[in-house]
Design a protein around this ligand. Structure first.
Ligand code: ADP
Ligand code: MG
Length: 465
């Protein structure tokens, strides 16, 4: 249970740390806090300087008041009657202790603490220790009328630090609260700015989310800032590709349905003819036709299936080691009977095994379709030769026949789905070469058609070893 809570909290933190808004906000706050830390450090020291200055002024004022009270009597004795105001100016409610000392220029103590230390220079405050307390101390030389040779006395006043520190704290705190308000306002403005800045991106997200399944028209790039427009363009390009793909798919399905419909209609007619026929010979004839149509349609169905399997992404990528020589021999053997019937000379030139990595089933389908075409479109008494070899790191399969060949202008089109050359009599679906192309592309190879010597077609397939 508690574990669950921890995982949930962890998930929320991961989600937040991936949020653009949170990331930007963090950077802004980091900068702000850095600036404020520096400012606070700086303002502490300026508060310190100010508080010292104020204390020194008070010390000077106090020393002056004391100095003004110094008198020389008729006997030439220096005397002072320290006015209470001189010491009361330090009574700011922080319980500070005040010390003073008045001495003559020749070092005689007139009044005060004899052991109060003397600062190095007059009129400048210094920090010293006195009677176990830290004090701010200041000394003032002052001329006194009546002393011989215009003599002076020196007044030293010291005060503990309480009031000074309190003032420093107060100055600093007022700065601190100002900074705090500043950060708060800056964060608020940043959040508002982020909200406004990210709004177009969020609108784009919603626009994409709200779209129906079939809506693939482009999104207007102006709906987002210039930085995000490439993303919208990429999205639009992608949707266009999907749209084209979908259109191709639709064409394919409707073509396939057309192709299936014709033999199915034929089958239906042939079946009803056969069932109505009383004459045994005629009925057998109709049934034979029915079988042919059935074979045709089942071949079409299996070609469709093979094609859909050969398409990229429809099967898990496999890498069997397939010996093309062996596969070609086995396929030729299955065609031996038919070749014999039409007196076609089948030949295989493959003296050693040529092994390629790839989807073995699909590579066989490719060979079947090439060999099937060569035999199917050969004249009677023709010749079909299959050669398997190796060349520059490629496996090369060549299939020759001495049939009618394919005119140069149609050598690209015959690879299209359902494309058949006008006037082709032999039955077929027009999917064979499309399957060959898909398989070869999937294996990273190439296929080309050419004219064989003395007429006929030569198909060359190259596959990386
Ligand atoms: N070896 C060949 N000789 C002559 N024409 C061929 C050969 N192979 C294919 N063709 C032509 O290319 C067309 C497409 O071939 P294919 O895609 O295998 O479909 P199908 O064989 O089912 O008609 C065939 O209809 C045929 O006209
Ligand atoms: Mg074919």
């Amino acid at each position: 249970m508690s574990n669950n809570v921890v995982t949930k909290a962890g998930g929320a933190i991961v989600r937040l740390s991936q949020s653009l808004r949170v990331q930007l906000l963090c950077w802004v706050l980091l900068t702000l806090f850095g600036a404020i830390a520096f400012n606070l450090y700086d303002s502490f020291w300026s508060a310190d300087v100010t508080a010292k200055l104020v204390t020194d002024r008070t010390l000077l004022a106090s020393a002056r008041v004391i100095a003004e009270a110094v008198r020389v009597d008729e006997g030439g004795n220096v005397q002072v009657d320290v006015p209470p105001a001189a010491l009361e100016m330090f009574d700011t409610g922080f319980g500070d202790r005040v010390f003073y000392k008045v001495i003559t220029a020749w070092g005689n103590l007139v009044s005060g603490f004899p052991d109060l230390p003397l600062p190095a220079v007059q009129r400048a405050g210094e920090d010293r220790a006195f009677h176990g307390a830290d004090v701010r101390i200041l000394m003032l030389d002052h001329p006194v009328v009546g002393l011989p040779n215009d003599g002076t006395i020196s007044v030293t006043v010291a005060v503990t630090h309480n009031s000074q520190y309190a003032m420093r704290r107060q100055l600093w705190l007022s700065d601190f609260s100002k900074q705090f308000v500043l950060v708060f306002l800056a964060s608020l403005v940043t959040i508002l700015g982020l909200q406004r800045g990210l709004a177009p991106a969020l609108r784009l997200r919603d626009a994409v989310r709200r779209r129906g399944r079939n809506r693939l028209d482009p999104l207007p790039p102006e709906m987002v800032q210039s930085e995000l427009r490439p993303l919208v363009h990429a999205l639009n390009d992608h949707m266009e590709r999907v749209q084209n793909q979908m259109a191709a798919q639709r064409r394919f399905v409707s073509n396939a349905a057309h192709q299936l419909r014709t033999p199915l209609a034929l089958i239906s007619t042939q079946a009803s003819v056969a069932s109505r026929e009383d004459d045994a010979a005629r009925r057998d004839e109709a049934l034979a036709a029915l079988r042919t149509s059935t074979r045709q349609i089942s071949r079409l169905a299996s070609q469709l299936l093979t094609l859909s399997r050969a398409e990229p992404g429809s099967r898990r990528p496999r890498s069997d080691a397939t010996d093309l020589s062996k596969a070609a021999r086995e396929i030729l053997e299955t065609y031996a009977e038919e070749a014999l019937k039409r007196n076609i000379d089948l030949g295989l030139e493959a003296d050693r095994s040529v092994v390629v990595e790839g989807d073995g089933t699909m590579l066989r389908e490719m060979l079947v379709n090439l060999i099937d075409n060569a035999i199917r479109y050969s004249k009677a008494d023709g010749r079909v030769t299959v050669a398997v070899g190796q060349e520059n790191g490629h496996a090369v399969v060549t299939v020759w026949d001495n049939g009618p060949g394919i005119p140069e202008g149609e050598r690209e089109q015959v690879f299209e789905r359902f494309y058949r050359i006008m006037g082709t009599e032999s039955e077929g679906s027009g999917l064979g070469l499309a399957i060959v192309r898909e398989v070869v592309d999937g294996a990273g190879g190439s296929v080309s058609l050419g004219a064989a010597e003395g007429g006929g077609l030569v198909v060359t397939v190259r596959l990386p070893l």
